[in-house]
Design a protein around this ligand. Structure first.
Ligand code: F6P
Length: 341
């Protein structure tokens, strides 16, 4: 069999470990030919490819980013949505001209939706979920998340000493386009006093009271972790949420506040050992599915380490978000962590 692999959407730590997992299992166990497709779906359309050998898949475990390159492919998505059958024919033609028996698409929610659309066109596809945001529906965890939480936690740890020295409120903004998973996990691990998530909303009055109470009870500083996707007055186009909350806190409490936007640091660099192993297992499972001829599936994680797969039709157009009854939220509240509500 001849299979193609591409990565699409924002990069994250662990994509290379996953490409290696698919490729090595495909070549060494199933005698497949493996083609790397460059820069997401545009590489498929423009036939921008290279052959991946067992030797070219060495040394990838520790490498951040993606050796295949990635893109947020709007034109391609438009094509798929187009009622014009001709556009869809171009995509199919490209797949067949490359001589592919299956296309493996590594990506987040948008990519899984596109992959599903390709399967609806009759192409053999497998989706592999990836994102630091951890919000892909149909899997309990995505690789990239654990690495991002490590980095975000270290950043919060480092804010504690400067916050207490200056008796300031430190607001740190963490990534998560719609989902607060990184902020929840890093906020809890880093001992944030207030954790603000898009899924839960917030009341500025509650935030004010928590900070004032901490001061009254001998803790003159506070750490606030906020997810970038939270809605703020004026919209996030005008303000980073961290800036918005820092200014509001100063206004409401009279305490000095500073903001930190951690940004792309959370996405770059080497994957954690957990993410390397997760990518490896998901990749190897994808190769196994292809060998069995089981297409139209997304590989997924259930529980701590069960690797399985779900139909792409169940995944497309859904998000996995933090719920108010998540154990981390419930137990956090019992310990006195504020979620701003
Ligand atoms: O989906 C991962 C993510 O890093 C989000 O946390 C963030 O909102 C977004 O990607 C940033 O996207 P871009 O790479 O397009 O700036």
């Amino acid at each position: 069999m001849r299979i193609g692999i591409l990565s699409s959407g924002g990069d994250c730590p662990g994509i290379n470990a996953t490409i290696r997992g698919v490729g090595k299992a495909a070549i060494n166990s199933y005698d497949m030919e493996v083609i790397g497709i460059h820069n997401g779906f545009s590489g498929l359309l423009h036939k921008d490819i290279s052959t991946l050998q067992d030797s070219s898949l060495s040394g990838l475990l520790t490498l951040g980013g993606t050796i295949l390159g990635t893109a947020r492919e709007k034109a391609f998505r438009k094509m798929l949505k187009s009622p014009d059958k001709k556009d869809q024919e171009i995509i199919k033609k490209s797949y067949h001209e490359l001589g592919l028996d299956c296309l493996v698409c590594i990506g987040g929610n948008g990519t899984q939706r596109t992959t599903y659309q390709l399967s609806e066109l009759g192409l053999n596809v497998i989706g592999i979920p990836k994102t630091i945001d951890n919000d892909v529906y149909g899997t309990d965890v995505t690789f990239g998340f654990n690495s991002a939480v490590d980095i975000a936690t270290e950043a919060i740890d480092r804010l504690h000493s400067t916050a207490s020295s200056h008796q300031r409120v430190m607001v740190i903004e963490l990534m998560g386009h719609r989902a607060g998973w990184i902020t929840l996990y890093a906020g809890m691990a880093g001992g944030a006093d207030i954790i603000l998530l898009p899924e839960l909303g917030y009341d500025l009055n509650v935030i004010k009271k928590v900070i004032e109470k901490r001061k009254k009870t001998g803790r003159a500083y506070s750490i606030v972790a906020v997810a970038e996707g939270i809605e703020v007055e004026g919209g996030t186009d005008r303000h980073h949420p961290a800036t918005y909350f820092a200014r509001k806190i100063e206004e409401l409490t009279g305490f000095e506040a500073r903001e930190t936007v951690l940004g792309y640091i959370q996405r770059g660099g080497s994957p954690s050992p957990y993410d390397r192993n997760l990518g490896t297992l998901l990749g190897a499972h994808a190769a196994q599915l292809i060998n069995k001829g089981k297409f139209g599936r997304m590989v997924s994680v259930k529980g701590i380490d069960m690797i399985t797969d779900v139909p792409l039709s169940e995944v497309a157009d859904k998000l996995r978000l933090v719920t108010p009854d998540h154990i981390m939220v419930k137990q956090g509240k019992k310990m006195g962590v504020s979620f701003g509500i």
